[in-house]
Structures are given as C-alpha cells and as structure tokens.
Design a protein. Sequence first.
Length: 258
Amino acid sequence: MKVLLVVAACVLVASCDAESAPTGPSTPAKLRAEVVAVFPHDPTAYTQGLELDGDRLYEGTGLEGQSSVREVDLPTARVEKKVDLPSPMFGEGVTVSGSTIWQLTWQDGVAIQRDKETLAEVKRVPYTGEGWGLCRDGQRLVMSDGSDKLTFRDPNTFEPIGEVRVRSGSDPVTQLNELECTANGVYANVWQTDTVVRIDPASGNVTASIDLAGLLSPDERAGTDVLNGIAAVPGTDEFLVTGKLWPKLFRVKFVTAS
C-alpha cells in the first residue's frame, strides 16, 4: 500500500511540474486592423500619446515649441482643454493614473504629473534615458525608451521597480514607441513602421504582430508622419489608432490576417 501511495505521489508531482514548467515563446499571431469607424484628427498634432478614459480622449503631442497635452472631443476632434509644454521640451507618451496624468518628455529627462481634470502640472520627476511611450498596467506604469526594454515604474513616485526585454522568438524587438496596457498584454507601436506588437509583460514575449498598413490612402499620407497612437476602447476589444500629423483617427478591431 505504501508503495502505491509513493508511486501515486510521484505521478502527481510530475504532473504538477509539467503543468508549471515554463514553455518557450510561440510564433506571434498575425493580425490586421478591421476599421469600425473613422473620426477626424487634428492634422497639426504630432501624436506621441493617446488614451481613452471613459469618454475622454487624452492626447500628448511632440516637437519643440509645439508639444502639449490635450483633452479632445472624439467625434469632432475639437480640443476641449490644452496645456503647452515650455520650449524646448519635447512631449512624448501620456497615460491616466487615477486622478492624474503622467506625461513623458523625449530627451529632457523629466516626467510631468498633471491633474486629470485641469491638465495643470502637479510635479516633475527626473528619470535617466529617453522617454517614448507610457501606459498603466494594473498597479504599475510601463514605459518604453525606443529600445527593446520596457521599464515598470511606481505610479505615484515614478521610481523604476522592474524591467523586461521584448523578444519575438529569440530576436529583440526595438523601436518600441507609444504603448497601451490591456488585460491581454501591452500593445506597442514599432516606430517607423505600420506595425503594432502585443507583448506579454511577464515574459517580454511578443504574442501578436498587427499590420496597420493602408489605413490612410496614398494621397492622405502625403505630408504626414508615421503611425503612432493607440488607445483601448473601454468595455470592448476595439482600439483607437492614429499617427503623427494624420488627418484621421480610426476605431479598429484586430482580426486574424488572411
């Protein structure tokens, strides 16, 4: 009887070990954007960050002397509130965190915390390196700096509390730009491409690669810059996406590529 119990215990342990054993990264799913709706977008906005909080759309813009954070009416693209960054600051990603908004700067080494209602500055926190994209993942902030690294930060102090390197298979994925945190992973624009990747923040593995090419016609792309700006639509599996100096903003659903 003791022998049978020992054997049974070994089987159970082996089974548990097999279930908990880490698995290698799988091939990322190939997705594309299916357009659900189209909205106007300020063609002078050099979009660096985009976030939908309830029915409020917040947008951070860049370029020296033109950087701002703004609250935008989605259906009309009318700017409801706007605060400019002092020159020569270059604005980058933004994210809502409770009653505040965090805004990154590119090479100024400063994150600005703002009151969500008024957009007024609350405080500034220094950081090392460049700032690109930002989102909130549960109880922490996730920040990109243009490399293959995502840095996790405390949402109150902005202090770093961890990091992960992003890989597609065994290859590093660099140029990670604007971010959006969701329950399914962190979505990141890949700078200078029409690609968004979905990242498992626990492992850094890319779980999906999403092709957003063709949202603007060739005529509409004239005078614009790259795709940048992604915001999850609360309560749905849809997203808002746009680009720097784009005349349109798209509500899309990510579907399997044919």
